[in-house]
Structures are given as structure tokens and as C-alpha cells.
Design a protein around this ligand. Sequence first.
Ligand code: HGY
Ligand code: MN
Ligand code: MN
Length: 416
Amino acid sequence: MAALSDNMKINADRLWDSLMEMAKIGPGVAGGNNRQTLTDADAEGRRLFQKWCEDAGMTMGVDQMGTMFFRREGTDSDALPVYVGSHLDTQPTGGKYDGVLGVLGALELVRSMNDLGIKTKHPIVVTNWTNEEGTRFAPAMLASGVFAGMHTQDWAYEREDAEGKKFGEELARIGWKGDEEVGARKMHAFFELHIEQGPILEAEGKEIGVVTHGQGLSWTQVTVTGKEAHTGSTPMPMRRNAGLGMARMLELVDEIAWSHKPHAVGAAGHIDVYPNSRNVIPGRVVFTVDFRSPQLEVIEDMENRFREGAQKIADDMGLGVEFEKVGGFDPVEFDESCVSAVRNAAERLGYSHMDLISGAGHDACWINRVAPTSMVMCPCVDGLSHNEAEEISKEWAEAGANVLMHAVLEKAEIVE
Ligand code: HGY
Ligand code: MN
Ligand code: MN
């Protein structure tokens, strides 16, 4: 295996230009992106990505969840490929880099390998996972979850968005329902570059996060039922106010998360109120509680205490309450040899770095169950993400993509 040298670098200007070009597709209203999964904007972004990958000499495969795989041949076509990628779908108030940096950083390392004439024993496959965000179709990391055998494809196809549209139908509608069996592909390793989406790297003045673990996640959808009534003429003692019940339950979510400080977190980002009319007491509310912690027993404690407490709130207020687990995964420990490849790369290239637990969920968290996996993280400004003001520097993007390239090359084995 030929040596990796620190002059093997990506082209930072080309990476940045590609990020800015992709950001024009599915623009938000405040400088970020709203390119939600299986929308026409997602389809347009996929076509641009396909063109770029094919221009870089790669051949495309698409599986039945719409995940896109672009293969660069190795000298040993029978060797298991090294996969590298992330996701192109965004939140409704998404930034330009969440997921996209990992997909275009993977493309850039192949483009740079072409420029530098680098050959590897193992093929390399650049990947765009469908529906990482789980915002339009819950849960998050849906396609990678099916790939890892955590969900059935039939269940995934039946997931519905707020308008009652089904995942499988929308995937076919945008023309990205591939023919490959999901999960049939076997991997030598998987790497994902991602912005941290938190404040630690910037605060510590580090350029690279060597991601050793990912915290676990629990999503519980809660339906509270009361009774619609007139907000003016209904006496207070007669009210069965589902909105008030939700408010008390959300206070409980916050209290439970704080009880496990400093690492546990809890909130509800999805809230639907019915009928959502100014002069009608809400008769029904549906919201999703998002609890996370690096420790499984803490997640389980938070889930249990919330259900007990919310049930008591509902009982005391004469409300109905139903709970449905709609997403979740246990805390993740990434593969030691892949983590070392990331750490070796940061050291060889002279980037400041630190070990990190990922606060957000990523496709790598599921793929870690079926292949040796790890992640590279770069800082983001003020740790802000899932906000159109999400920002990174070109230097951070360059550092992350260089470390990604060297980690992939360590596993793919350069050939003279
Ligand atoms: O929810 C998450 O952690 C990821 O951003 N989908
Ligand atoms: Mn992401
Ligand atoms: Mn995200």
C-alpha cells in the first residue's frame, strides 16, 4: 500500500463552489434551504448531484428507497468498497451545509483523487441517503434505517407526510425509486463528514471532531384530546383544554431533561393544534417529544417519567392522552479502526482536533450496525443548525474534507 502524504489535498474552491451551487436549489426564505425529501426541489438537487458524479467518472446505482450510490472503481473489483456520504435533504428552515457538506465533500475527494491520479485497491462509493431529516416523513434516517434492517421497506413506504402523501408514492412520483434491493450492498467501511451542529468545536478552537460516539434519540408522538368549545362563552371550570394540557406536558419535558444535566436534552419541535382557531378551545393537539442522551438508561428514564407524568396531567384535567413511539435509536459507539483513521488523518494533516460525541443523529448511526463506521466533524458558527443562518468557514469545510479524504484512503488502500 502506497503512503498517504500530506500534500494529497482536496480543492477547497471547487468544494465551496459546489456547495453554493447546490444551495441555489430549494432555497429558503432567509438565505438557507428548504429542500425537503421527495419534493421537486429534492429531485432537482439529485439530478445535479448525479451529473457531477457522472462527470467525475462514477457509475450510479439507486436502491428501492431512492438512496444514490456512485462507484469509483478500485484495482480489485472484488474488494468491498469504502462508502462515503451523507444526505442532500434539508429541514424546512435548513442550512446550506447540514448533510450537503458530507455528500459534496465525498464527491470532492473523488474529484481530487482523479486530479492527483490516485488509485485504490478498494472501490469507493459516494452516497446520498434518502430522508435523513425525518421532517416530512418520520422517522429521521429512514433510508439508512431500512438499509441497516431497522425498519421494513413496506413500513417506510407507508409513512405519511402532513398532507397524507405516502413516502413510496412520492418517491415514485419524483422518479427516484431505484431497483436495487435495499441493504444488499456490503461495505468495507463507511465514513460521514458532517458539521457539528453544536458549539463544542468552535468553543474549544478545534478544526476537527473525531467522532467516537453518537448520543441516542427517542421520539414519542403524543395526542391529547379535550373538547372544542367557545373561548368566550365557556366558563373556565367547564373547559377541557387540550392546548393547556400540552403546555403542562412540555414543561414536564423540560424539567425531566434538566434533571439529567449536563448531557440530556428534551424538547418538542413538532406541534399541531386542532382546530387552531383563535376563538376555539383546542380539542386536540398532537406533538412529538424528542429526548436524547449519550446513556440509554437516561433515555429510558426520561421516556418513562414523561409518560407517567403526562398521564397524570391528562387525568387531573379530564383529558385523553395517547403515546406512540415514532423514532429512536440507542447511543452509538463507532468502530475503533475507523475512528483511528480519522484521528490519524487529522494528525497527519496538522489539524487541531478532539474526540467528540455527536449530539445529532446521522445516517452513520444506523450504518454503524452493518459496517465499520465513523464520522468527521467540522465546527459551525455559534453551533447553530436547523436554522437558515447556519454557517461554516471555507477553511472548516476544507479541513473536514481533507480529513475525510485521508480517512477514506487509509481504508481504501492506495495502490502505486
Ligand atoms: O434529528 C437529527 O438529529 C438529525 O438532524 N436528523
Ligand atoms: Mn444532517
Ligand atoms: Mn439535520
